[in-house]
Design a protein around this ligand. Structure first.
Ligand SMILES: N[C@@H](CCC[C@H](N)C(=O)O)C(=O)O
Length: 295
């Protein structure tokens, strides 16, 4: 029996994030335990778990990220806002740096209370994503069998710390992303798998999206997908550089710089707290309200 560790369950626009603190003592959270804890039925219910750690490179904190399937990944936009919000409350600071496997981010609380995160730069090279083979134009990538069979046009790819493909469609709700998502995620073109977005450009300042997340499935919001979509839309001239990305869970504001830098802003919330066994994957809630039903 391992010692239990406290957790805080948060969300960014309904993207469910579990936060554990390994800054003083390593949490020992295993991938098996994450898989047991992540389901909404019978578990805590989250899309990603983030572990706060000291950063050897000197940022205020290192954010280690794992998907619901237990796999470690490089970036999570909603988690970045969640932990910034938490650390601002803890320290009273109004800005901080966050290191991740996908690069160093910086966060600040705006005057209106919203957390804004500088998410780094979008990269569009086929090796950056990475793709399994060179393509002439990463803004129009074909050859993904499931997407082609479903009648989607070519997708645009970007790495914003993690890999994304965006398909430009008229009506994201008319496409069965629950069925297509896993097939796109696991297509041989994507050696590290991929996050897949269906994006409808409403006008030059708004895009509505639905996202299938690598390692987590359909989510109510994905911050990095919003960043990738905005960067790709600006790069291909579909929109301007300042856009609102509409997700099932709500809106994110994204601003793209001339150098492809990405600034993301949006709300976060704290849901409940508890304690978990980092090896057995068992847990107890110690706060109210109880977790919400699956959304
Ligand atoms: N929900 C996240 C993205 C989490 C990681 C992603 N599923 C991946 O595997 O790259 C976000 O808000 O960005």
């Amino acid at each position: 029996m391992t010692a239990s560790i406290p957790f805080v369950k948060m969300n960014g626009l309904g993207n469910d994030i579990l936060v554990v603190d390994g800054r003083t003592v390593p949490t020992g959270l295993t991938a098996d335990a994450i898989r047991r804890l992540s389901p909404r039925a019978g578990g805590i219910g989250f899309d990603q778990v983030v572990t706060l750690e000291p950063d050897p490179a000197g940022a205020d904190v290192f954010m280690r990220i794992a998907n619901a399937d237990g796999g470690e990944v490089e970036a999570c936009g909603n988690a970045a806002r969640c932990i910034a919000d938490r650390l601002f409350a803890e320290t009273g600071a109004a800005s901080l740096s966050i290191n991740t496997l996908g690069g160093r981010l910086s966060a600040r609380r705006r005057d209106d209370g919203i957390v804004a995160v500088d998410m780094g730069h979008a990269r569009f090279g086929w090796q950056d994503i990475p793709l399994a083979r060179p393509v002439d134009d990463t803004m129009a990538v074909g050859g993904v069998a499931a997407a082609e069979a479903a009648g989607l046009g070519p997708g645009s790819v970007a790495n914003v710390g993690n890999p994304h493909i965006v398909y430009w469609v008229e009506d994201p709700d008319a496409i069965d992303l629950a069925r297509l998502g896993p097939e796109i995620e696991h297509d041989a073109l994507f050696p590290n798998r991929i996050n897949a977005t269906l994006a409808h450009v409403v006008d030059r300042a708004r895009i509505d999206v639905r996202v299938w997340e690598r390692g987590a499935g359909l989510t109510r919001a994905c911050g990095t997908a919003a960043c990738a979509t905005a960067a790709l839309a600006a790069h291909t001239g579909r929109t301007g550089r300042q856009v609102t990305i509409g997700l099932p869970g709500g809106d994110l504001e994204i601003a793209i710089g001339d150098d492809r830098s990405i600034l993301m802003a949006g709300p976060v919330a704290t849901d409940f707290t508890g304690a978990l066994d980092p090896v057995a994957g068992t847990f107890v809630f110690d706060g109210t309200p109880e977790p919400a039903a699956a959304g």
